[in-house]
Design a protein around this ligand. Sequence first.
Ligand code: UGA
Length: 454
Amino acid sequence: MNVSILGTGYVGLTTGACLAYLGHNVTCVDADESKIAALERGEVPFYEPFLAELIAEARCNLKFTTDYAVAIPGAQVVFIAVGTPPGPRGAPDLKYLEAAARGVAEHLTGSFTVVVNKSTVPIGSGNWVGSLVREAFQHSHGRKADGSFAVASNPEFLREGSALHDSLYPDRVVIGADEPQTAEVLYTLYRPILDQTFQAPPYLPRPEELGAVPLISTDLASAELIKYAANAFLALKISYINEIGQLSEKVGADIAQVAKGIGLDARIGTRFLQAGIGWGGSCFGKDTSALIATATEYGLEMPIVKSACEINRRQRERVVEKLLAALRILKGRTIGLLGLAFKPNTDDLREAPALDIAAKLIERGARVKVHDPVAMDRFRREHKGLDVICCESPEEVIQDSDAVVLVTEWPQYRELDWEPLARTMRSAIILDGRHALDRARMTRAGFRYIGLAC
Ligand code: UGA
């Protein structure tokens, strides 16, 4: 099929690469000329494992352009995957979505095109995009758009760092459309994924247990709500285990065992029960705020989701409180932060807990040293105002520090030779913000081990 994708962020580029790999003709569009030029050269604008490899492999099916006039005419499916950054009052800012919808309308040629909302958009956006396209079509073509397009919602559930795996081997595909023929177009597009009939790339093997992928075919509003409800549920699962973690610390329980003990109940599930600093990233914070904002419009409170957000905010403060309790004085101390990205395997710094924690420590007079295996360049570019010392290696962070905080659980940090490193510190204190290190091993290596829930 001929597919165009508007926006080359994590969602747009991953979707484009995967659909091109499946054999569709894909055109990726972005307003940023330098980004498109970089993609033409085979450079991926952010760190995502195997994305460059998949793009290279699917290159013959992929085009990159800044021009809607190239991308829209002849496309059977147009995905809108532009950014919906958080707006001032919790609701996302939809200006890029609006511009994309109008741009599509101006270049539709009259043959049936499905316009798909792939960005996470507030409930009701499907209808809104439909009316924008209709209005702009009439304005630019001087006639009604009847029959030339339909809107669908196809929310994305990929996680940064494992975006390709999640796209090729999803737990489910959700399609929201108000007419059956619209949904049919998307079934055809996703058929190789639904039936798992494509040949798996060698670097992304198909999970052995994976059979056919379930399809949820529903109306627009339900598809839009599924996305928010899923992210909010995952966010509250994390906050729940962090709340239990606080009690676990008080009663002397082992939070890892507690999480396993409850998670093995199939009704609960073991994933997203890793206690620690809590969530960061561009999705959970934004989507929980958006859900609360939507509910407010309907006179609803969402107290559970609000509490999850509050617990998440508190976890970052607890890091500072724990350091203060261990060191008594933070002024003049040197604190090392291992990890800047909001999670391993990405260089994304949006809403990253490390930034917040660094700022709070600086406010209290501490010097802060930082390191991240892949996010240093991006950090230097995007956070010039944060007065920290950038280090080339984790060893440099640890040396002469009064305490070190593991903020992001990169595997290479776990594998450090900790024993000699403990001797290079002013006081060998490790705050394991992700409960990713082995307490007994760290204690043997000479550290005073502090967890967030122990
Ligand atoms: C999240 C969802 O997991 C995806 O399904 C969704 O598509 C995406 O948002 C989105 O809306 O675009 P992502 O934010 O990339 O994906 O990353 P996650 O793996 O969900 O992690 C989010 C945060 O939660 C990270 O900071 C991570 O460290 C934290 N986390 C995760 C925990 O603190 N504990 C856990 O047990 C799991």
